[in-house]
Design a protein around this ligand. Structure first.
Ligand code: M6R
Length: 623
């Protein structure tokens, strides 16, 4: 949840990067991971200097301006999403140990911190904060001054072997002034390689302004960086190697690019996100080629059941995937919230394909569920946007989205890219199993390739949606209805409104309405309805039109998202947002977009920060 950055440059490299500038830039980019408080520690002249402040990064910058730190080439920085202890100045990281000569930052939760704290208290240590992190700081400091004899890497190793839970820890010490030492277990950490300088970050955006050469670490490893060296060991002290990779986007991709917010930029990047996700995945004959899947096609062919695991928006993408994959492959697909999955004794064997979907690749609930599925013998495939992240690394296969960095905390472009990638997977499995003819696949792919242009049309024509959002700024509650693939879209529309505008919003399967939720309808209640294509099967369209009439008859304000040319909804809708048509299964790539624009515009109208909504963090790296 928290954002972590570390830096070591060449000593006295005056005029080049100063640690503080690098740290602040990194924190600015990582702030989406948590923004309850921020802090830095720098090392120079035999002293560790700590500055920290509750609230957003701006508060820390004001603090530093009021009490500047001197020039330094070594430092660590942190932006926090509070777990243990409220978001106060005292609980902000870094925390100190060894009489203030050591500073530590942390992401994750140390589960045995209470026992360790008791032990350290009994030894005479004093604690300033309520955090679990301070326990780690005292422990590392104790080892540094004792058993590790001034070796910061050894002190970190001794300490982490006493910790339980999930953590990325970074430490600097005044008596080891040329290095930052870091450790990771179940929590993200990436190394950035520079010339005469090296970096650490929760993800590559922490150092993307300075280098695109990166190293991914394995589970339970410690890395020591100096200006010229990167040394990795396992928690048992044995030497280890990381995997080098090159970041395929640059700093400009993580800028607002002329948009007032990242959220608006990312909504507008959706045509490209979908296009790039589809790119290069067919051969000259138009056959789907997913070489990167790394699972033997024969094993994939033998799949008897697919379980999709994800959380939040990614789980809604998984629900869309279910409709498409079952239809195209005839393989049963279950979709489950990752945090529920492993606590219910699920039925899995080696013919089960577990597909995890995650933008960050670091969501702890999803990661733990994937590990559990692997232990049970399932094949695991990750649909993910973040290269170098844990879930794809630990999965048997990966299908990367190419949506580019998603900075706004609430997910938009990754959602559409996840859906597009799920379609590719479904078509690929259908192709492998001979369930789909090549002509059918070609038709669907052709329609998919026409989607980005259609999303662009919706974006170009968004004024009507924004006007409605401005007009509805005071509404206390909004309901969303959908059927078939429109159901997950309704869920996502409601989630976006909750996250961005803090409005009570619920998504329902429209068919469920009469089974209870219709009791919520009263005069003036706004109800968004995602209307299926009038050209689809099963008369779903007419059923949804009936649902619209039912709520309207009870006083609801009906706002519909319907395919261009769908005249039937006109008479029952206060407002209709028309979207271009495509195959019914592909419609979520289009019908979602007006709902995202609506939520973003309404939140902006209320003056809320759409990039960093309250209480949220971009990647949830604690269970
Ligand atoms: O990084 P992930 O896709 O695994 O994240 C999953 C959810 O935490 C995420 O989608 C969350 O629901 C967002 N706040 C949605 O906007």
């Amino acid at each position: 949840m928290c954002g972590i950055v570390g830096y070591v440059g060449l000593p006295e490299k005056s005029g080049e990067h100063q640690a503080l500038d690098v740290l602040v830039e990194g924190l600015r980019r990582l702030e989406y991971r948590g923004y309850d408080s921020a802090g830095v520690a720098t090392v120079s002249g035999g002293v560790v200097q700590v500055r920290k402040k509750s609230g957003k990064l701006g508060n820390l910058l004001a603090e530093i301006e009021a009490a500047p730190v001197g020039p330094a080439q070594v430092g660590i920085g942190h932006t926090r999403w509070a777990t243990h202890g409220g978001p106060t100045d005292v609980n902000a990281h870094p925390h100190v140990g060894d009489s203030g000569r050591l500073a530590v930052i942390h992401n994750g939760i140390i589960e045995n911190f209470a026992q360790l704290r008791q032990r350290l208290l009994a030894e005479g240590f004093e604690f300033a904060s309520e955090t679990d992190t301070e326990v780690a700081a005292k422990l590392i400091g104790r080892f540094f001054a004792g058993e590790a004899a001034g070796d910061l890497t050894a002190a970190m190793r001794l300490a982490v072997n006493e910790l339980e839970g999930a953590f990325t820890l970074l430490a600097v010490h005044a008596d080891a002034p040329d290095r930052v030492v870091a450790a990771r277990r179940n929590s993200p950490l990436v190394v950035g390689l520079g010339e005469g300088e090296n970096f650490l970050g929760s993800d590559v955006s922490g150092f993307i302004d300075f280098t695109r050469e990166a190293v991914e670490l394995e589970q339970d490893q410690i890395v020591t960086i100096t200006s010229s060296e990167v040394e990795i060991i396992n928690f048992d002290g044995t030497p280890a190697q990381g995997r080098r990779f090159y970041v395929d986007w640059d700093a400009s991709a993580a800028e607002k690019g002329g948009f007032p917010t990242f959220m608006e930029k990312e909504i507008h990047e959706q045509p490209k996100a979908v296009e790039d996700t589809l790119l290069g995945r067919t051969d000259a004959e138009g056959r789907l080629v997913l070489d990167e899947l790394r699972i033997d096609p024969e094993e994939l062919k033998a799949t008897t059941k697919i379980i999709v695991l994800a959380c939040g928006t990614a789980a809604y993408a998984g629900l869309v995937a279910k409709y498409a994959i079952e239809h195209w492959t005839r393989i049963p697909v279950e979709v489950e919230l990752a945090h529920e999955f492993r606590y219910r004794d699920p039925i899995i064997d080696e013919t089960t394909l577990v597909v995890s979907i995650s933008q960050s690749g670091e969501t702890m609930d999803t990661l733990m569920a994937v590990r559990y599925a692997k232990e049970q013998g399932a094949r695991t495939l990750s649909i993910c946007n973040t290269n170098g992240s844990t879930i794809p690394r630990e999965s048997d296969a990966v299908l990367y989205l190419h949506a580019g960095p998603e900075i706004a905390v609430a997910s938009t472009k990754a959602f559409l890219a996840m859906i597009a990638a799920s379609y590719l997977l479904g078509l690929y499995l259908g192709q492998l199993r001979g369930q789909l003819f090549s002509g059918q696949i070609a038709d669907i792919l052709a329609d998919l390739h026409s989607v980005p242009g259609k999303i662009q049309q919706i974006l170009d024509d968004a004024e009507q949606i924004k006007a409605l959002a401005r007009q509805m700024a005071d509404t206390p509650s909004v309901l969303f209805l959908g059927r078939h693939v429109g159901y997950p879209v309704a869920l996502e529309g409601a989630l976006k409104l909750k996250e961005l505008a803090y409005i009570h919003a619920e998504g329902f399967a429209a068919g469920e309405l009469k089974h209870g939720p219709i009791a919520l309808i009263e005069e003036g209640q706004p109800v968004f309805v995602v209307v299926p294509s009038p050209h689809g099967r099963y008369s779903l369209h007419s059923k949804v039109v009936s649902n619209i009439q039912e709520v309207r008859a009870r006083g609801a304000r009906t706002i519909t998202v319907a395919e261009e040319g769908d005249e039937a909804v006109q008479d029952y809708s206060e407002t209709v947002f028309h979207v271009p048509g495509t195959q019914p299964l592909l419609m979520p790539l289009l019908t979602t977009v007006p709902l995202q624009i609506f939520a973003c515009a309404l939140a902006s109208e209320k003056g809320y920060d759409v990039d960093q909504p309250r209480n949220l963090a971009k990647s949830v790296t604690v269970e």
